[in-house]
Design a protein around this ligand. Sequence first.
Ligand code: C2E
Ligand code: CA
Ligand code: CA
Ligand code: CA
Length: 279
Amino acid sequence: AKAKARGSVTVFEPEMDMQIRDRRVLHQDLSNAIRNGEMSLYYQPQASSTKRVGNNDIVGFEALTRWRHPTRGFVPPSEFIPLAEESGLIVELGEWILREACRQAASWARPLQVAVNLSPAQFLNTDLVAFVHEVLLQTGLEPGRLELEITEGVLIEDFDRGLSLLRRLKALGVRVSMDDFGSGYSSLTYLQAFPFDKIKIDRAFIMNLGRNPQSAAIVRAVIGLGHGLGVTLVAEGVETQDQLDFLVDESCDAVQGYLIGKPAPIDQYRWLVGLDALE
Ligand code: C2E
Ligand code: CA
Ligand code: CA
Ligand code: CA
């Protein structure tokens, strides 16, 4: 087995070389992408699910970044976010994302929430709190409308720093969400120790709702747990009416997913946010 493994490494070497070269080029491209206007924000609606969902029940949007590469077309965030993190470009990119999301949300006629994802490097390695504060002042966005999403993994790296950052962010008046709950090393300790406003239940559990009873039990338990802690629950990746019905029955607070709406340029949702024709 060892010889075989060694052999396959040799076989794949040229390909790996290419991948590395490819990444180098992509990294170069990424460093120019912001100033070339290749980055944009898509928005995915979140609907209240405490009663039947209708268009009036949209409570906010999650901003999801899109990179339209001039020759490759759309590069998924699952590729360029890690690349930006490794290279340090995440600082500049993350600042652009946050500023852009706040600027756009401030122009909406309806005071809906806007959620922005923070990558681990962005959360831990920059002067995030001062920057968020500055952007709120610059854009005039009401702090309570901004929601910052972080994954729990980031808190494992540095518990004390994570806690201090969360507290300082909350002191600014912004909301903080735990993203992808259940997907990683979920620990109840984190829920107790960190002052999250919201828990986003990972799509994997929602996807399996109709398929296995364990997922239903877990989702039900997480909703109960969250409510017991005074936290708002959001289900991610809701694609079917059956999933929605279950979540409504279980008193989940909000839902997000293709059933409600796909991520799209805000133009597609202007009737919801009350954008006037000028913006
Ligand atoms: P996420 O934060 O968990 O975002 C939700 C992802 O699920 C999005 O993928 C969204 O398009 C997708 N999604 C939403 N509803 C459904 C559904 O009903 N079914 C299915 N199958 N998928 C659904 P996307 O936009 O490709 O983003 C992937 C990940 O990349 C995000 O996961 C987030 O971790 C990261 N990301 C995206 N934008 C940003 C950003 O601006 N900053 C940072 N740091 N990360 C970002
Ligand atoms: Ca997210
Ligand atoms: Ca998520
Ligand atoms: Ca995710």
